[in-house]
Design a protein around this ligand. Structure first.
Ligand code: 13P
Length: 254
C-alpha cells in the first residue's frame, strides 16, 4: 500500500513571522492526523523557523528548488547540503513555474533530481501539460517526454523514494481542478511509464495531483486508484483549509 503524501507548496508567500503564526495554529489542527505524510515547502527564509516550530509533529520540510552543484560561485542559489543541514527531507524539482518562468530544461531538472537523490533527500518531480497541449491532444506525449527527460539520470536504486506530482498547468491557480477521472487517466499513464522503466518499483512510487486542490475536491481525487496525494498551492496557505485537505478521509462518504 502506498502511504498518501499531501504537500504544501507555498511558492513566494509568507515571511518567517507569518510562517510561525501558521505553524502554531496548524500544529493544533493536525493533532491526531494519522496515516498520511505531511510535507510543507515554504520559501527558503522560513524553512528553519518552520522546522523548529513543527518539531515533534511529524510534519516534514521540503524546499521549492535547489541547485545541483554542492557549492560554488552560483549567486542566489542554495545547495542540497544546506537543505539537509536544516532538516529538509524533500525537494520540489521541475515545477511548471520553474520550467515556464525561469527556463528550466529537463536536462537541468534531471541533474537536480539526481543530486537530490545522491544527497539523501527525496525529489518531488512535477510534470504537466499546458492548456494548448491538452487541446491539441498532446497530453500523453508531453508527459512522456517530461518523464523521460527529467528522469534520465534518476537513481534506479532510489526509484521507490521518488514522488511524482502531476500538475496540469491549466489547473494551477485557476480554480479549475481536473476532474478525478481525468487526473486518474494521466496518473495511470504515468505509472505505466514508470513500470516500463523500473518494473515492480512503479507500484511503490507515489503520484500526487496538483492544481487548485481544495478541501471540497480532495476526497474524490484521493479516491482514485493512482492518486496518492496532493501538491497544494493556494489552499495550503491557510491552516484550516490545508488541514481539511489532509483530513480528506473524514469527508469520504462511507
Ligand atoms: P494551486 O493549488 O494554487 O493551484 O497550486 C498548485 C501548485 O502549483 C502546487 O505546486
Amino acid at each position: 500500500m502506498r502511504r498518501p503524501i499531501i504537500a504544501a507548496n507555498w511558492k513566494m508567500h509568507k515571511t518567517p513571522a507569518e510562517t510561525l503564526a501558521f505553524a502554531k495554529e496548524f500544529a493544533e489542527l493536525i493533532r491526531g492526523a494519522e496515516g498520511v505524510d505531511i510535507v510543507i515547502a515554504p520559501p527558503y527564509p522560513a524553512l528553519s523557523e518552520l522546522g523548529r516550530a513543527l518539531a515533534g509533529t511529524g510534519v516534514m520540510l521540503a524546499a521549492q528548488n535547489v541547485h545541483p552543484e554542492p557549492a560554488g560561485a552560483f549567486t542566489g542559489e542554495v545547495s542540497i547540503g544546506m537543505l539537509a543541514d536544516i532538516g529538509c527531507q524533500y525537494v520540489i524539482v521541475g515545477h511548471s513555474e520553474r520550467r515556464g518562468l525561469f527556463g528550466e530544461t529537463d536536462e537541468f531538472i534531471t541533474a537536480k533530481l539526481r543530486a537530490v537523490q545522491d544527497g539523501g533527500l527525496r525529489p518531488i518531480l512535477c510534470v504537466g501539460e499546458s492548456l494548448g497541449e491538452r487541446e491539441a491532444g498532446r497530453t500523453f506525449e508531453v508527459i512522456a517526454a517530461q518523464l523521460e527527460g527529467s528522469l534520465a539520470r534518476s537513481d534506479t536504486a532510489r526509484a521507490e523514494e521518488l514522488v511524482i506530482a502531476y500538475e496540469p498547468v491549466w489547473a494551477i491557480g485557476t480554480g479549475k481542478t481536473a476532474t478525478p477521472e481525468l487526473a486518474q487517466e494521466v496518473h495511470a499513464f504515468i505509472r505505466g511509464r514508470l513500470a516500463e522503466r523500473w518494473g515492480g518499483a512503479a507500484v511503490q512510487i507515489r503520484i500526487q495531483y496538483g492544481g487548485s486542490v481544495k478541501p471540497e475536491s480532495a476526497p474524490a481525487l484521493m479516491a482514485q486508484t493512482d492518486i496518492d496525494g496532493g501538491l497544494v498551492g493556494g489552499a495550503s496557505l491557510d491552516p484550516a483549509s490545508f488541514c481539511a485537505i489532509i483530513r480528506y478521509e473524514d469527508r469520504v462518504e462511507k
